[in-house]
Design a protein around this ligand. Sequence first.
Ligand SMILES: [Zn+2]
Length: 324
Amino acid sequence: MSSLRNRYSWGGFELGPSQRHTLKTAIDCVGRGLHSGVEARLRLVPAPAGSGIVFHRTDLDQRIPACYDHVSDTRLCTVVSLPGHPEISVGTIEHLMAALMANQIDDLTIEVNGPELPILDGSASPYIFLIQSAGIAEHGGDRNFIEVLRPVRVENDEAFAEFRPHGAGAYGALGLDLSLAIDFPSSAIGRQAFSISLTPESFARDLASARTFTLACEIEALKKAGLAKGGSLANAIVVEGTKVVNPEGLRWQDEFVRHKLLDVVGDLALAGAPLVGRFIGNRTGHALNNRLLHALFADAANYRVTGTAFAGTPLQLQAAAATL
Ligand SMILES: [Zn+2]
């Protein structure tokens, strides 16, 4: 990938490309939302350097920055909305956000004409296909990086999510290493763990195709709650006790933890700039992932922002981007 020519030097380590990226051209797709069941047209549109990733609800003509501070719901997917306007929102953003972060896309307008992104096949693989079909362009301006300086941890019973600074070891190309463990009573899932150094290649190879999943016993409750209206075996793994209901089976034996890690990448993409550090999670979900970002940015001693594009905290970066 040509972008790897421009790398950012950090304490003697080569971190990743320093040039900001967008797509070479606009690209779109159509599909149903997992929870709303509503068909939506999604269009990824190149955006100016420094503008960040911004959702544009074209049916309402409202823009919502892809920022952790705009997350309004994390029950079954990650939803961002305009502060004070929960009806102006976009849901199930995490798979697309993961694909964008892994492919080092800094600036993009995500147009969607409804309240939820298409679920497609339940993984990030179709989004990788769209990004690669459109092509990735360097378009000037330096990338900012957010370096974790000291451990930050959030917990909920046995579940936890934690950032740690990088030790002296080698960094992944994007500067973010992740480890996650999950534990489900269903024996088809059980206890699984997975670790990855995030790069475009490792994400595409090891995480992107992992599909979302649900337990058969929960589907009825979800539908009664008005959720999972667009769910089917074409876009989710359904687990019933010891077996996987989908006739085609699993893409990996540990597809479940890989998908949960994909979700983590997507949720952490809302930091507003690439993270440099380690993530360690146990049974974490969208709520805890978002709480971890809030905890990181709650104390300026926890992190520092590098790069010359903008100075300031991530929220100030977002504010600067929103004015472009
Ligand atoms: Zn997911």
